[in-house]
Design a protein around this ligand. Sequence first.
Ligand SMILES: C[S@@+](CC[C@H](N)C(=O)[O-])C[C@H]1O[C@@H](n2cnc3c(N)ncnc32)[C@H](O)[C@@H]1O
Length: 349
Amino acid sequence: MGILAAAAVLPGRGVAGLAYPWWRREQDVAGGWVNRKRALFVRRLSEILQLAESEVVDRLCLDRRPGVRVNRLSPLGVAAIHHAIADLGLTLDPLDWCPDGYLLRGDKRVLSRSEVFGGGHAYIQNISSLVPALALAPAPDESIIDLCAAPGGKTAHIAALVGNEARLWANDGIAPRLEKLRAVTRQFHVRLAETSCHPAQYADKFITERFDRVLLDAQCSGEGLVDLRSSAALRYWTEQRVIDYGWLQRKMLVAACRLLRPGGVLVYSTCTFGPEENEAPLSYLLRHHPVEVCPIEVDIDGFAPDAWRPGLRHWRTETFHPALADARRILPGPAFEGFFVCKLRKLPG
Ligand SMILES: C[S@@+](CC[C@H](N)C(=O)[O-])C[C@H]1O[C@@H](n2cnc3c(N)ncnc32)[C@H](O)[C@@H]1O
């Protein structure tokens, strides 16, 4: 067969076989795949969050205002930290629902490159990440474990809430991440009783101590952090990956529950939306282990009305535990990243 004849029968070729070269076809196939994945993702989130698809897209295409937590553990003192931040030409707008929590007005890079951050006097984090430690409501003298702790933002927040006066244990399942956690906690003046590198799903096999409070800020598919303006935003996202994480999280939750003493409190959080990673593993825990859901007493409603949704009762063929209405699904917005938080208490028995 001659070249022109071959070109004529190959799919995707133009009349002369050159008008639509192979590399354009590859690009279009990849582009079509990316667009289909994006459409599937947006449709899924629209169902989960009960928002119009256009609103899902708008909420995942935002430059969010950065959050800042002024670090009470710093030897500099809170007033001096505020002065140092003002001297950088930056402004802090207080969050009435989070002590020492602020929204930053100004360029985050100015703060991250400054001695205020380098010296561990103020931590930069999205304000959704402030909710889990507040929900945990730690108290001095308690024993507390953070099971997926690296890089350490929430560990440092817990330490600040108790003035470094709790027995605080930080675990992360990935060794290099644990090193990062050690560096961050040193930088932010956090006193840790223990660090360890165990897979959270088996942590109860390695750790014999039982705790007053457990934070499980689980590894997840990160749907709440997706920025749809980036063509690579969904590179690693698939529904199968979401389902696989759900199985891991179920095991992590069971181990976390076993690490609690009766009456102890567990906070489960993810930065993802899939019910497979949130309500499904939690429903399993509630149906097979002695735990109950507690309301989350962090009042973000005045700050951002309509900022969150209750946990879902149904998703596709599944029905979830009714108590999960007290879980919170924080919607992505101009300040909040997408997040899920649930607080549980271990019952005696
Ligand atoms: C969402 S991040 C935690 C963020 C952290 N809580 C913070 O506020 O800085 C999840 C962490 O889980 C860790 N991780 C992944 N798989 C794990 C496992 N099987 N067991 C324990 N930790 C794991 C990752 O290394 C990652 O640091």
